[in-house]
Design a protein around this ligand. Structure first.
Ligand SMILES: NC(=O)c1ccc[n+]([C@@H]2O[C@H](COP(=O)([O-])OP(=O)(O)OC[C@H]3O[C@@H](n4cnc5c(N)ncnc54)[C@H](OP(=O)(O)O)[C@@H]3O)[C@@H](O)[C@H]2O)c1
Length: 255
């Protein structure tokens, strides 16, 4: 399958890098509002940059919509004639995609940045009437990027709040924890950051087999240094802060 990306920004870059690492489509083609961006990404991942949306449509079996949601109407005008589109636009329902691309097979994904290292989560919704063979081919390609979750469309915004926004939250936790170690325990920055990063990665693997509450109990012995740390986090309202973050994201997606 030849996949054409309209937009060569952060999220498209992550998908293209994941596919370039193995199991990607037969060919990756790129355009961007800034042509140099498309050229740089194509050079990096072994794809091809094209000049116009019409060329992208002509050369692609599947057009991936990789621009910001506000650019949908302008972009769709240039991409008209696409036979199959895969949208990654946040908070943009399939009905809007189908309206912008009448007659095209419309699919929607919500990916996250770890697709770049093939450890992503990709939520997938497919419009009624899309050919089963096409859907399976797209799903097989997406599975090369990590875990694919087929989801009723009405759940995608909620999923976005916890799997697509959250790499930024985990990055914030990593930064804050390493900074605290640097400031309060005089650890070298590079060492503190490496220890936090590796601990996060190992904890994620452990959580595949242990409930979060159980893991907390395994680390925090009564009266010990972890327990007082957890109490400090609780006093600071960490759980409420994450609830507020999800609420704020949902409110932004559903004004
Ligand atoms: N970033 C994430 O982690 C993430 C996660 C899940 C979903 N998404 C979704 O992915 C989409 C892209 O997000 P992003 O963070 O990758 O944005 P981004 O880095 O700003 O990339 C978007 C790129 O598309 C270009 N562009 C704008 N209009 C275009 C058009 N008509 N044709 C071709 N290229 C065009 C932009 O150029 P200009 O900058 O010049 O406008 C920019 O280079 C959004 O819809 C977002 O909701 C992002």
């Amino acid at each position: 399958m030849k996949v054409g990306f309209a937009g060569a920004g952060n999220m498209v870059g992550a998908i293209a890098r994941g596919w370039a690492a193995g199991g990607g489509p037969e060919q990756m083609l790129f355009i961007d509002a800034v042509p140099d961006r498309a050229r740089a990404l194509a050079d990096e991942v072994g794809g091809e940059a094209l000049e116009t949306p019409a060329e992208l449509v002509e050369a692609s079996d599947l057009v991936v919509l990789g621009f910001k949601p506000n650019d949908l109407d302008d972009a769709a005008a240039g991409l008209s004639g696409a036979g199959a589109v895969l949208s990654m636009l946040g908070a943009t329902p399939l009905s809007r995609i189908a309206e912008a691309f009448p007659g095209a097979a419309a699919m929607r994904i919500m990916p996250n940045q770890p697709v770049a290292v093939r450890r992503g989560v990709v939520c997938l919704s497919v419009a009624d009437g899309v050919d089963g063979g096409l859907r399976d081919e797209v799903k097989t390609l997406l599975e090369k990027l990590g875990t694919v979750v087929e989801l009723d469309e009405e759940l995608i915004d909620g999923a976005t709040a916890i799997m697509s926004c959250s790499p930024a939250y985990f990055a914030l936790v990593a930064e804050a924890l390493a900074d605290a170690g640097i400031a309060q325990a005089e650890l070298e920055p590079e060492l503190a950051q490496r220890m936090v990063r590796e601990t996060m990665a190992g904890t994620a693997e452990l959580l595949a087999g242990v409930e979060p509450a159980e893991l907390r109990r395994m680390v925090a012995s009564p009266g010990g240094s972890t327990e007082v740390g957890l109490e400090a986090l609780e006093r600071a309202g960490v759980a409420e802060a994450f609830a507020d973050a999800v609420k704020a994201s949902l409110a932004r997606m559903r004004p």
